[in-house]
Ligand binder design. Sequence first.
Ligand SMILES: [Zn+2]
Length: 100
Amino acid sequence: MDKKAGRELKTLEAMIKLYCKGNHRAKEIPCFRCRDLYNYAGGRIVNCKLGVQKTTCIQCSVHCFKADFRDRIKTVMRYSGPKMIYKHPILAIYHILDRL
Ligand SMILES: [Zn+2]
């Protein structure tokens, strides 16, 4: 895994946790459903076909997120994005959203 993917995964995880905490009353954070989303989106990041060669997903021609997960990720980002902007390198993950 390249460094950029690792950073994206960390950001993704933090966003999902934040979203889950604020929206789901689960005993475990992230809850089962959110973990599922993380696994899916994380897998897409790691297995991105363009790999290290891509600059950002903004320029990516591969639409690799399925519609259902895409909507869920968007919801998570809309919620967590503004809250995380000071704590995390949020811009690192915006490219995912932009291209969806
Ligand atoms: Zn959750």
